[in-house]
Design a protein around this ligand. Structure first.
Ligand SMILES: Cc1ncc(C[n+]2csc(CCOP(=O)(O)OP(=O)(O)O)c2C)c(N)n1
Ligand SMILES: [Mg+2]
Length: 414
């Protein structure tokens, strides 16, 4: 039977819960002590079979950190990570409000997924390349991007570093080796493998990290990337962020495998499945994968198990396709609360300090917005000059574009 109750010769998985139903997930039985950490320098792909079907965790349900995967990271660095996550959440909240009041044309939040890019980028070296999706803007905070410049991009004003050529949130940050987010989803995966191959060819200690969504991992780009990673063993970290949804399509339509992680085993690449709301576990698996990559042992394939707690984008209404209580019953909890509660439990943080941090960051975001609109707002501009349509792609503008450029000027383009 398919979803409509008709006999069908093919299996068409339906989402486990739809609006009006009550969502529930099985309690996670995975604990930090379940999985040992293999030596990254001698581990064979087949040694990671348990890691691709289980779940690597460090932060337990009692807020403590433990297990073989507990990484070498200090409380002071964890506090930096916590601050970046809080900054991203507040930035997202404010920008979404700007979108709702007509000050931005479009926006996408990372709600519930803040730990992913922030923990993983913190585990890298600064020369490493980042090939993100729109759900990893947090990596830019780790790499030091100024919030004013991010807002200028989202508005598309004269200070937008990509001059209005990209959708909002599809950032480019050259100084941070953060490669332009692609609107056609999935393209970054094979590009990342290519760049990693180039780094290896040049003999540089540069690792490339990339992410793809569960939905986009059903595309060919994902498999091309894995195949090249399997054959050439470049220094690349390939993450599939399984946040359960691809807009309104459930993750179960993107893969028939038991987990997203274990698909990489067929390509003879080590595979890890990690609790994506556990900052410490994310840091740990990325550090492990980087050590292998840097030692010339090739790619690691990681499923980041998480939940997209918000709407897909400002154009989406998830109450149309999933129960409204579903985000609340996700067993992975909230990544910010989990790290905050851990740091409080070891005496490195307090509720009061957390509240002060939120207030300080909220003021920071509002000050950044006021600064950004000095370079133009959505309604009034100024916007990048129309001449920039023709610049910065070719060093010598080809004749057919020059003709169009001249015509635009004749017709009175700005
Ligand atoms: C090649 C391509 N197909 C379709 C789209 C439209 N689209 C944009 S995002 C998206 C869902 C992606 O879901 P997923 O890969 O799970 O990432 P998530 O949004 O959950 O992070 C789709 C279908 C697109 N941008 N590019
Ligand atoms: Mg998804």
């Amino acid at each position: 039977m398919n979803n409509d109750g008709c006999e069908t010769p093919i299996r068409v998985p339906s989402a486990p819960f739809r609006p009006g139903e009550s969502a529930s997930f099985e309690e996670w039985s995975y604990s930090p002590s379940d999985l040992m950490k293999p030596d990254p320098l001698s581990c064979e792909p087949k040694d990671t079979i348990p890691h691709s079907t289980g779940l690597i965790r460090v932060l337990g349900d009692d807020d403590s950190r433990s297990g073989d995967w507990d990484p070498d990271i200090s409380d002071s660095d964890l506090l930096i990570g916590l601050e970046h996550m809080v900054r991203l959440r507040i930035f997202d909240d404010r920008m979404m409000k700007m979108q709702r009041t007509g000050k931005l044309s479009f926006y996408m939040r990372s709600l519930g997924e803040e730990a992913v890019a922030i923990a993983q980028t913190m585990a890298l070296e600064e020369q490493d390349w980042i090939f993100p999706t729109y759900r990893q803007p947090g990596a830019q905070f780790v790499r030091g991007r100024d919030m004013v410049s991010m807002i200028c991009h989202c508005i598309g004003n004269v200070e937008d570093n990509v001059k209005g050529r990209q959708m909002p949130v599809h950032y480019t940050y050259r100084e941070g080796r953060y490669i332009s987010v692609s609107s056609p989803v999935g393209t970054q995966f094979s590009q990342a493998v290519g760049v990693a191959m180039a780094s290896a060819y040049k003999g540089l200690d540069e690792v490339t990290i990339t992410w793809i969504g569960d939905g986009a991992s059903a595309e060919g780009d994902y498999h091309y990337a894995l195949n090249f990673a399997s054959v050439f063993r470049p220094p690349v970290i390939l993450n599939v962020v399984n946040n359960q949804w691809a807009i309104s399509t459930h993750a179960n339509l993107a893969s028939g495998s038991s987990t997203f992680a274990d698909r990489g085993l067929a390509y003879d690449v080590p595979c890890l499945r990690v609790d994506g709301n556990d900052f410490l576990a994310l840091y740990s698996v990325t550090d492990w994968a980087r050590k292998r990559a840097s030692a010339g042992l090739g790619a690691t394939h990681i499923e980041v198990l998480t939940y997209r707690a918000g709407a897909h984008s400002s154009s989406d209404d998830p109450t149309r396709y999933r129960p409204s209580d579903e985000p609340d019953v996700w067993p992975g909890g909230d990544p910010i609360h989990r790290l905050r509660d851990h740091l409080i439990s070891v005496g490195a943080w307090t509720e009061e300090k957390h509240k002060d941090l939120e207030d300080r960051i909220d003021s920071e975001v509002m000050a950044a917005y006021k600064e950004a609109v000095k370079f133009g707002d959505l309604a009034q501009g100024p916007y990048p000059s129309s001449d920039t349509i023709f610049t910065e792609v070719y060093s010598d503008v080809p004749w057919h574009l020059q003709e169009q450029w001249d015509e635009m000027n004749r017709l009175g383009g700005d």
